[in-house]
Each structure stands twice: as C-alpha cells, then as structure tokens.
Design a protein around this ligand. Structure first.
Ligand code: HXC
Ligand code: NAP
Length: 280
C-alpha cells in the first residue's frame, strides 16, 4: 500500500516493541526502510524479537531495556540512544499495563502499577525525546497508542482508562504547544486486536469474549497489518499536516456501543415484521 522506502532512514523508538502490536509495528516500519529501537523491561524478549528481525532486516534493530515508570532510567536510556544514533525521528508510546478487575478491589499499588506505565511512562518518554528535538531544532513525531475508552471511560479497567485519557490529553496539549516548533503528536485508538499480552489479561473466558466481540459492527477483530499501516502513515512525512488527532481503528465498536438502539440488530426479520404497525 506504500512505496517501499516510505520510512527510509527514520529512527523510530517503540516502547513495548518486543511483543504484540509494538512488535508488529516495528516489523512494518522495518519493511518500509526504518531503523527501530525496541524498548521494554524484559531483555530476553527484546533479544528474541531482535534476532527474529535481524534475519530479514540485518542491522536495523536495536534494543533498550528500561522500565518507563522510572524517570531516571528513561532519561539515561534516551540520552544513550541519542548519543549512539545521533538522535531519533519518532517515538511510539505503545507500552502499557492493564488490570481487568472490579475497581473496588484494586489496591493503591495496582492503580500505581498501571498509571505508572501508561500515564507517567508515556509522559517521561515524550518529554525526554521532545526536549531534545526542541533543543536541536529538529523535527520530531510522537505517536501514542490509546484506546477508545480514553474518551468513553470503561468499567473494570479503571486505571487504564484514566491513564489513556491522560495520554490523549498529553497528545492534544503538546500538539498545540510544540507543533510550531516542528514536533507533532498524534494517537491511534484501536479496538480489539488479539495479542498474547492483552488477551491473557483481559479475556476471562470464551463466552465473555464472544459477547464482547459481538459489539463490533464489522463482525471481526482487527488485523495487525490494518493498525501497522495506519501507524506508518502517521509517522510518514506525507501525513505532515495531521497534528493532535486521534484516529480510531475499531470496526465501529465504540460507536455501536454508544448508540442507544444499536442492540436492535438482535431482532429477527419476524420480530421486525411483528413490531411494524398494521395498516388500517
Ligand atoms: C487485582 C491486581 C491484578 C488483578 C495485579 N494486581 N493484577 N489486582 N486484579 N488482575 C495488583 C497486584 O496484586 C499488586 O498489588 C499490583 O497490582 C502490582 O502488581 P505486580 O504484579 O507487582 O506489578 P507489575 O509486575 O509491575 O506488573 C504490572 C501489571 C502487569 C500492569 C500488573 O499486568 C503488567 O506488567 N502488564 C504489562 C503488559 C500488559 O498489561 N499488557 C496488556 C495491555 S492491553 P498489591 O497490592 O497486591 O501489591 C491494553 C488493551 C486495552 O491495554 C484494550 C483492549 C481491547
Ligand atoms: P502487550 O504485548 O502486552 O504489550 C505491552 C508491552 O509494553 C510489552 O512489550 C511490555 O514489555 C511493555 N511494557 C509494559 N510495562 C512496561 C514498562 N514499565 N516499561 C517498559 N515497557 C513496558 O500488549 P498489546 O496488546 O500489544 O498492547 C500494545 C498497546 O496497544 C498498548 O498501549 C495497549 O493499551 C494498546 N491497545 C491494545 C489493544 C489490543 O486489542 N491488543 C487494544 C487497544 C489498545 P515488558 O513486559 O517486557 O516490559
């Protein structure tokens, strides 16, 4: 769908790039000519993904082990990447944590664990990269992966909903503040895209999964390539006038959930016929 060198020589840092959607995005960016740095806590996971990528894209994948909840570790990691790579062109805030639970059962440590990754971690990463771009006067691009419940809210994932809402607010705030100085920020809000990390934590059983996915008008989950192509577009110069935007990619899921009468798709033709007023 794109020219093969769309992201040629772009240096992209992807938090959570060793697994799931982060890994899929990294793979697509490599296909389009970028160099990627995969950041995460688990070194062995990063090394495994790098080895896999190196078979096809020799020498264009780097790794950085870092807990983004730790501001000093973030600063040191970003400083090292700047020194080693001569700067970066884009940051993808993709790392996240999530806990599915009745909110009243969450301890303060559970709240902090998720907000620390989603909200604080994304802010630390964005500020560490942003201030370097502003200082050197070079262009920068931040893409944050949020969710549709960043604006609707959602029961049972409270800290994640709070954190993603904050990341969206950060995106819009800094798009206005930094846009004139060459740094643009956008977000993508995916619906359900199966990954081991999300499914193992967020899908308690097959039955609830079916009920959950039935809410998607398109009748299916997202394909990773649908998301990775959208992300590639938002990182490319061709999307240069898009700033402060959040693009939803969820098959219409959240709108259907919001529409008061959308559940009527459960009625059969016979039930619709019986409901229609009789003539005369
Ligand atoms: C209640 C829980 C819990 C649960 C953990 N805790 N899981 N409480 N219900 N299911 C509590 C713990 O008991 C502890 O509190 C506190 O949370 C911290 O837990 P730790 O395991 O010590 O934290 P840590 O090792 O830092 O792990 C962080 C994590 C974990 C967020 C809990 O899940 C993680 O590392 N996640 C990263 C990857 C991830 O979440 N991927 C999914 C993203 S998907 P106490 O008080 O006992 O010490 C996503 C998609 C959304 O966001 C939309 C999908 C459609
Ligand atoms: P995932 O595979 O679990 O990805 C989470 C990644 O974040 C992991 O690689 C993890 O690596 C990293 N991470 C977590 N805590 C970290 C920390 N403190 N420091 C550094 N890295 C950390 O889940 P995913 O489904 O691909 O999710 C990716 C993104 O998409 C998330 O932002 C998620 O909210 C969003 N999203 C996903 C879906 C979906 O359906 N899958 C829907 C909407 C939004 P380590 O554990 O090694 O650190």
């Amino acid at each position: 769908m794109f020219v093969s060198d769309l992201l040629k020589d772009k240096r992209v840092l992807i938090t959570g790039g060793g697994t799931g959607l982060g890994k899929s995005m990294a793979h697509r960016f490599l296909e389009l000519g970028a160099g990627v740095t995969l950041l995460g806590r688990r070194e062995e996971v990063l090394a495994e993904t790098k080895a896999e990528f190196d078979r096809d894209f020799d020498g264009r994948t780097a790794t950085a082990s870092c807990d983004i909840r730790d501001p000093e570790a973030v600063e040191a990691t970003v400083e090292k990447l700047w020194a080693e790579q001569g700067g970066l062109d884009a940051l993808v805030n993709n790392a996240a944590g999530n806990i599915l639970a009745p909110s009243e059962t969450l301890s303060h440590r559970a709240v902090d664990a998720v907000l620390g990754i989603v909200l604080h971690g994304s802010a630390y990463m964005t500020l560490a990269c942003g201030r370097r771009w502003l200082k050197s006067g070079t262009a920068g691009n931040v893409l944050s992966i949020v969710t549709t419940y960043a604006w609707t809210g959602s029961g049972y994932v409270l800290p994640s909903a709070m954190g993603k809402a904050g990341v969206l607010a950060m995106t819009r705030s800094l798009a206005a503040e930094w846009g004139g100085r060459g740094v643009r920020l956008n977000a993508v809000a995916p619906g359900p895209f199966p990954t081991e990390g999300a499914w193992s934590r967020l899908v308690p059983n097959k039955e609830i999964e079916k009920t959950w996915l039935n809410r998607v008008p398109l009748g299916r989950v997202g394909r990773h390539e649908e998301l990775t192509n959208l992300a590639a577009y938002l990182l490319a110069e061709q999307s240069g006038y898009v700033n402060g935007e959040v693009v939803t990619i969820d098959g219409g899921e959240w709108l259907k959930g919001a529409g008061q009468f959308s559940v009527m798709d459960q009625l059969s033709d016979e039930e619709w016929a019986a409901f229609r007023p009789k003539k005369g």
